[in-house]
Design a protein around this ligand. Structure first.
Ligand SMILES: [Zn+2]
Length: 334
């Protein structure tokens, strides 16, 4: 398959074109983009938010969405050690997290003395949502260009559960550990309030899923109208663009806390077995890898090499296919 000679985007990526040097239109656009988000301004905004948080007595200054993966582990370490925040690690258990991942969570949180809350919604509902999300056309192209339907639903559920817990416990900040490849690099993705998106607009996004599965899915993928009206509404922060993201430093730091790479997941995930099914279905329906875009951003930012990115999108690897089949069987059998 033809791929961009600079990043890794393939010819099957929606809307892509290549110039005579084989460089893709998205790389050329990035070259010409003058207005990158002002990180300096956002860093100041983050310090202000943190000062505000600390000036009021909270049991927890921030909730960290904690998957047990490398990024959120490193995020907790940094927020606690460098910023002195009092933290609640909150894990959304989708039922398909690797066992090794749970071992990592226990080990690193014990090493860092951080409280842990695990939220595990009912399995029948989770399975229904994941199966539904793996069908083509569940989400619009502007979202499926960046990831699989399964991952889109899961990330929305993580965000929803994190905000719900933060609202219930009066925690002013929700910290997310998306890597710079998982952000589309605009300011309002880095520090924002989730209730700024009109409620009905958000509901529309999940309508195809709800039409197939019933209205109760809304409770899992988005907040209720009442929750939307909470004041003050918690801020959500994607901290990595502001605190820095260096994979080598991340692995070094978390290894010292006792984190080990799980062996029971596909090469693209450090914690979730569902990811494999997401990859296989996405490739089947759309003809490109759900990690193509994320990897191309990581290459553009110099975080990984093009060769490394190619290795990661040269899926489906054998393990991915096996896991995918296992997971699909398990989803269907419930
Ligand atoms: Zn490119």
């Amino acid at each position: 398959m033809k791929r961009c000679t600079r990043c890794v985007l393939p010819e099957t990526y929606p809307g892509i074109t290549f110039d005579s040097d084989g460089v893709c239109s998205l790389c050329r656009q990035a070259e010409n983009r003058s207005a990158l988000p002002s990180y300096e301004k956002l860093r100041v905004r983050l310090s202000e938010l943190l000062e505000d948080c600390k000036s009021v007595k909270h049991r927890y200054d921030a909730l960290v969405a904690f998957s047990g993966g490398k990024d959120s582990t490193f995020l907790i370490h940094t927020l606690k050690e460098k910023y002195g925040l009092s933290l609640l690690a909150c894990t959304f258990d989708n039922g398909y997290m690797s066992e090794a991942s749970f071992r990592n969570m226990r080990t690193v949180l014990n090493a860092m003395n951080v409280d842990h809350l695990i939220v595990k919604p009912r399995a029948d509902m989770m399975n229904k949502i994941f199966l539904g999300s793996s069908e083509p056309g569940t989400y619009p192209p502007h979202l499926t260009g960046f990831g699989s339907g399964i991952c889109i639903s899961c990330i929305r559920m993580v965000t929803t559960m994190s905000l719900r817990v933060a609202i219930e416990k009066g925690i002013p900040l929700v910290m997310l550990g998306n890597s710079p490849g998982q952000l589309i690099q605009s300011e309002n993705e880095i520090i924002f309030q989730d209730n700024k998106i009109p409620y009905e607009l958000r509901k529309n996004l999940f309508r195809p899923l709800a039409d197939r599965l019933g209205d109760e899915v809304y409770d899992y993928v988005m907040l209720s109208k009442e929750e939307y009206r909470t004041r003050p509404f918690p801020y959500t922060v994607n901290a990595f663009p502001l605190i820095g993201y260096d994979e080598r430093n991340i692995y070094e730091t978390i290894s010292s806390l006792g984190w080990v790479r799980p062996e029971d997941v596909d090469p693209n995930s450090s914690n979730c077995r569902l990811n494999s099914l997401g990859i296989v279905k996405h490739l089947e329906h759309y003809g490109f890898h759900p990690y193509d875009y994320e990897m191309s951003l990581l290459v553009q930012q110099g975080i990984i090499t093009r060769e490394e990115a190619l290795r990661r999108v040269e899926d489906p690897a054998e393990t991915t296919l096996i896991l995918s089949e296992e997971v699909e069987k398990s989803l269907m059998s419930s």
